[in-house]
Design a protein around this ligand. Structure first.
Ligand SMILES: Nc1ncnc2c1ncn2[C@@H]1O[C@H](COP(=O)(O)OP(=O)(O)OP(=O)(O)O)[C@@H](O)[C@H]1O
Ligand SMILES: [Mg+2]
Length: 295
């Protein structure tokens, strides 16, 4: 959704949530990273790239390993090229249009794991956050989310809530916001924002007292927010590529199937399965079983 269209709606007197500032920020990796810096939230070193000269300057500045990304319209790792050695930079630059669209070079973050924070803010400014989620990506695509993430102490959860709260306040945000995070030496670095319900929050449909979708609607409608507490231990497995038969995942303990009605295609998210069990070991066993049956 173009932020300008939302701005025009707001000027015409409509209530639009989240507002144009949030959309404009999340749609441009430069604006996003600049906001993280302004709020004192750690993020990867970055530099803009528009032509060969700025590519060389950015490489000198950011170093390798790095990732070159389009500033806008990236998803599922699309619009990205990894650079392990400086000599690979030219090919990466060419693969993203040689400066046809604005680019950003980011240092590769040596993270221990990826986490995400889902927060929701109401019209009255009330904020609630879900327990931190642990995410596994492969080829730039989210494969698995575990919620609550294992081994999160109260300090890390509080740090996540503090940075999420700062972002929600600054953007005067209403609705669900996802913050993708890297855990680095016990610290949280922000990767990107999603100004909406997020794939790493799909587990909340069965795994939380109130789903992210319900809380988003409650927020934008000015209704009281619902509890974000987890019920048990959830795992969300994305179905990518082929559409499985319904009976295949449903035979697994604790599994719930969501198909999106899409046609199967390599690299495409066609649905997800959420497993919810009372303890983490049972959830892990069901995820193993799911992997077996899904192949
Ligand atoms: N600077 C980085 N350092 C290390 N890994 C990274 C970095 N940037 C991206 N990645 C990896 O690539 C994945 C996808 O990158 P990112 O979230 O920036 O892109 P996206 O295509 O917008 O993804 P999404 O599907 O979340 O919209 C990340 O979740 C992470 O695994
Ligand atoms: Mg991402």
């Amino acid at each position: 959704v173009p932020a300008a269209a939302v701005e025009a709606l707001r000027e015409a007197g409509a209530a639009v949530h989240p507002g144009p500032e949030a959309l404009a920020t999340a749609q441009d990796r430069l604006a996003e990273k600049t906001l993280f810096r302004e709020l004192g939230i750690p993020t990867a070193a970055f530099a803009t790239v528009d032509d060969q000269d700025s590519l060389n300057a950015a490489l000198a500045d950011v170093g390798v390993p790095a990732i070159l990304k389009t500033r806008r319209l990236g998803y599922d790792g699309k619009g990205q090229a990894r650079i392990d050695e400086p000599r690979e930079a030219h090919e990466a630059f060419a693969s993203l249009g040689s400066g046809e669209v604005p680019l950003l070079l980011e240092a590769r973050v040596p993270f221990r794991r990826e986490l995400s924070l889902l927060g929701v803010r109401g019209v009255d400014g009330e904020v609630r956050t879900y327990p931190l989620v642990q995410n596994e990506h492969r080829e730039g695509i989210l494969r698995l989310s575990l919620a609550p993430a294992a081994g999160i102490d109260a300090g890390l959860q509080a740090a996540a809530e503090a940075l999420g709260g700062r972002l929600l306040e600054r953007l005067d945000y209403v609705g669900v916001l996802a913050v993708e995070l890297f855990e680095v030496d016990g610290e949280l670095w922000a990767n990107e924002l999603a100004p909406r319900v997020h794939n790493s929050g799909h587990w909340t449909i069965e795994g939380a007292q109130t789903s992210q979708f319900e809380n988003h609607l409650r927020a934008v409608l000015g209704l009281p927010l619902g509890s974000t507490a987890a019920r048990g231990h959830a795992a969300m497995v994305n179905l990518i590529g082929d559409v499985p038969g319904r009976e295949t995942p449903l035979g697994v303990d604790g599994a719930h199937l969501h198909l999106y009605g899409k046609t199967g295609r390599a690299g495409r998210k066609v649905g997800h399965v959420t497993v919810v069990c009372d303890d983490a070991a049972a959830t892990a066993a069901s995820v193993e079983r799911l992997r077996d049956v899904l192949g």
